[in-house]
Ligand binder design. Structure first.
Ligand SMILES: *Cc1c(COP(=O)(O)O)cnc(C)c1O
Length: 432
């Protein structure tokens, strides 16, 4: 059953050619395997919980195109819906009824969202929400947390987690100081640090933006009371609370982290799952704030392909599938088995690790933990993770190629997939 050696000749050929064509051979940095060593495998096709590379090797996938594939890759119902939508055209650049359908589904599901605007990526959603925070409060400063990623816009590339953390770039050249000067940072799960920033910048802070459950410096859940505390502090200072649920929305529960933890922010960003594998982002929230967005109000934001019928169709079908009873219980059950199993296997084979999951989002660090923030996460043995990653790949298991990324399951993953994964982990960890 388990591959112990894999041939990746074609992957290697294609990837070396790619390196002359695109920076680093990829169109998004983390795909390049820089932090785990070795060369990336080049995919040929995906289906359900599995991927096949161009050499014909099959893998159980725990990246799920970084989150969107929660119903399994190339879900037959999503594909069928897309085929019919395609017949009617790919983009209208004008209103279409499907936008209303997805908007209503999002508004019904996500507690904070009374009105929504669709865009084309999570990055775009976060850029727009920042402009909106500033427009509404007439203040410029924002607070973000170390290790939280909100897309690649200039103002957010400060202690930004994800690829930036993986590649060890403290920041990025090309981002002017004048732009990040208004971005204040605090450690995740540190309410005191946030209070101090509010005291030192009285009346100047537009709001606080965070991943309510961090996925971009590995999997880091909020401590009890942290989200509630942020809600209180922001309200007290007339500032806005923004949950970036691009990753957690429709992932850790149907209504996202805000439903799961019962804390309602003023604004929310979404992406990944709501596009069902097509490029989509969204931002939404309180009606009085969203009414500032053009053309209802003066805050400008626009998009040629925003709300296109294909992306709306994939999103609608994906959310419909997620509404079926038992979805999130199933995701919790298999993912808990995986996350607990990995830590258990590591303990039995003598490796210090910690990890966990909420619904279909999980993570494991090669450090004894506990991990409450990015500083703690950095204590991980990343060289060991690199060897673990390579070993798992050779056993037919595809994990995110970085210690600082969360993993994802889907409703297409079976108990047997999880068992095979744990068996592979046991073999790999025994030899680490
Ligand atoms: C992925 C992600 C983004 C960026 O979304 P893109 O679609 O890649 O631009 C923003 N915030 C969070 C929390 C994310 O996980």
């Amino acid at each position: 059953m388990v591959n112990t050696t894999i041939k990746t000749t074609k992957s290697q050929e294609i990837f070396s050619a790619a390196q002359n064509l695109m920076p680093g051979g990829v169109n998004s940095p983390v795909r390049a395997f820089k932090s785990v060593g070795g060369q990336p495998i080049v995919f040929d096709r995906v289906k359900g919980a599995y991927i096949w590379d161009v050499d014909g090797n099959k893998y159980i996938d725990y990246v799920g195109t970084w989150g969107p594939a929660i119903c399994g890759h190339a879900n037959p119902e999503v594909i069928t819906a897309l085929h019919s939508a395609l017949e009617k055209g790919t983009s209208f650049g004008a209103p279409c009824a499907l936008e209303n359908v997805l908007a209503e589904m999002v508004i019904d599901a996500v507690p904070s969202i009374e009105m929504v605007r669709f865009v084309n990526s999570g990055t775009e959603a976060c850029m727009a929400v920042l402009r909106l925070m500033r427009a509404f409060t007439k203040r410029d400063k924002i607070i973000k947390f170390e290790g939280c990623y909100h897309g690649h816009a200039d103002m957010f590339l400060v202690k930004a987690g994800s690829g930036v953390a993986t590649l060890g770039l403290p920041d990025s050249p090309g981002v002017p100081k004048s732009v990040t000067g208004d971005t204040l940072t605090a450690p995740f799960n540190d309410l005191e640090a946030v209070k101090v920033l509010f005291e030192e910048n009285r009346g100047e802070i537009a709001g606080v933006i965070l991943e309510p459950v961090v996925g971009n410096s590995g999997f880091v859940p909020p401590d009890a009371g942290f989200l509630e505390g942020l809600r209180e502090i922001t309200t007290e200072h007339g500032a806005l609370l923004v949950f970036d649920e691009v990753m957690t929305g429709f992932r850790i529960s149907y209504g996202g982290a805000q439903e799961k933890f019962g804390v309602t922010p003023d604004l929310t960003t979404l992406g990944k799952i709501i596009g069902g594998g097509l490029p989509v982002g969204a931002y939404g929230g309180r009606r009085d704030i969203m009414s500032m967005v053009a053309p209802a109000g003066p805050m400008y934001q626009a998009g040629t392909l925003s709300g296109n019928p294909l992306a709306m169709t994939a999103g609608i079908k994906t959310l419909e599938l997620l509404q079926k009873p038992g979805t999130y219980d199933y995701l919790e059950k298999i993912t808990k088995k995986l996350a607990d199993g990995l830590v258990e296997v590591a303990r039995e084979t003598g490796h210090a690790t910690c990890g966990g999951n909420i619904s279909g989002m999980f993570g494991m660090f090669f450090t004894k933990g506990p991990v409450h923030n990015y500083e703690d996460a950095k204590a991980s043995d990343t060289a060991k993770f690199g060897r673990f990653h390579r070993g798992m790949l050779e056993h037919g298991i595809y994990l995110a190629p970085s210690q600082f990324e969360a993993g994802f399951t889907s409703i297409a993953h079976t108990q047997e997939d999880i068992e095979r994964t744990l068996q592979a982990a046991r073999e790999v960890m025994s030899g680490l």
